[in-house]
Ligand binder design. Structure first.
Ligand code: PLP
Length: 368
């Protein structure tokens, strides 16, 4: 069992968008194993990635993730480097043939970055953009202008900065669906079989930064352009068990501890219930007051990243300082959006949201 020991008094409530909070119990387990992993007399960081011990750690992490997401057997799970942003290039290099076209949906800053990068490698059709709604709502699929022969369609299931999340899965027939799930993977139940490829930078809901998890249907392997760098070729990564070169061994191990912890917590369904309770509490606090506001259409509000504004932005500094003093950390909104943002990933519990909501009420009473 990955259990929290009692000595957690110094742990603040961390609302950081990423790198984000990790479960205290996971960090304690890593701490306990730091110098001497399971009686072997060495740290996981000091192990050969080819050793039986490490291969067992890596395989268990993959299996636990497969169990959590019910990943079908015809999908590969890859543990790669370069974060989610590297995938912005890796995806077209592997899936977009020279002269082909790919459809992209723009719902905010991350999907725009994916579009910009993919545009270096081929024809990108922006099938829909939330710009028409000031990025406060997601255009319905009936408004999308899809290409006839798209190699794939890319979208971000949750826009971490704007706080805009799909609560539906696009229907595209045979066109593979490619989703950036960096900030909402493992937060609620997911039908992997609807996707050609899912990727997620680890530092929001999985583990340490630098690692990216890619779940890819096997029939999409082996399509990389000849110019695709070896290190970015999914087929080569899959053939080598994500160990073509030395993988990010410690990040992979720590992610494995998070997966084990998630299973012990009751898995993705239990997380979904918790996350629903958390976001309901926070949005209710925002909506129940004229002092706080969130502009996102109700069916597109993110469960994981909740941006909100104070009625008077001159109070932002005082709000953040007061939050900090209470151990409510990293509530400042992204610089491009301003205001506040509370990221409430799996490792940030209901107690943290309760503490935040209590502080918000207190602050409003004092300054409202
Ligand atoms: C954080 C984030 C990224 C970028 O992740 P890196 O690992 O820093 O490259 C991409 N997409 C989404 C949706 C994100 O939240």
């Amino acid at each position: 069992m990955i259990r929290e020991s009692s000595d957690v008094s110094k742990r603040a409530h961390n609302f950081c968008a990423g790198p984000a909070a990790l479960p205290t119990a996971v960090l304690q387990r890593a701490q306990a194993e730091m110098l001497d992993w399971q009686g072997r007399g060495l740290s996981v960081m000091e192990m050969s990635h080819r050793s039986d011990d490490y291969v067992a750690i890596a395989e268990k992490a993959e299996q636990d993730l497969r169990d959590l997401l019910l990943v079908p057997s015809d999908y590969k799970v890859l543990f790669l480097q370069g974060g989610a942003s590297q995938q912005f290039a890796e995806i077209p290099l592997n899936l977009l043939p020279e002269g082909g076209v790919a459809d992209y949906v723009d719902t905010g800053i991350w999907s725009k970055k994916a579009i910009e990068e993919a545009s270096r490698y081929g024809n990108i059709n922006v099938a829909a953009s939330a710009k028409a709604y000031d990025y406060f709502a997601i255009p319905g699929q009936n408004e999308w202008q899809l290409s006839k022969d798209a190699a794939y369609l890319h979208y971000a299931s949750n826009e971490t900065i704007g706080g805009l999340q799909f609560d539906w899965i696009p229907e595209l027939g045979d066109v593979p669906l490619v989703a950036d799930m960096s900030s909402d993977i493992l937060s609620r139940s997911l039908d992997v079989s609807r996707y050609g490829l899912i990727y997620a930078g680890a530092q929001k809901n999985i583990g340490p930064s630098g690692l990216v998890v890619v779940i890819v249907r096997e029939d999409l392997l082996g399509r990389a352009r000849s110019s695709c760098p070896t290190m970015l070729n999914y087929q080569i990564a899959a053939d080598n068990g994500s160990m073509y070169n030395t993988p990010a061994t410690y990040s992979w191990y720590l992610s494995g501890l998070v997966f084990e912890w998630l299973k012990e917590q009751g898995g993705v369904e239990a997380m979904e219930q918790r996350n629903k309770a958390k976001k309901d509490l926070l949005y209710a606090a925002i909506d129940g007051s004229d002092f706080y506001s969130n502009p996102i259409a109700s069916n597109a509000r993110s469960w994981m990243n909740v941006p909100f504004r104070l009625a008077d932005e001159k109070l932002d500094k005082a709000f953040l300082a007061g939050a900090d003093a209470r151990g409510l950390l990293n509530l400042k909104g992204h610089r491009s959006v301003g205001g506040m943002r509370a990221s409430i990933y799996n490792a940030t519990g209901l107690d943290a949201v309760e503490a935040l909501v209590a502080y918000m009420a207190e602050f409003e009473k004092e300054h409202g």
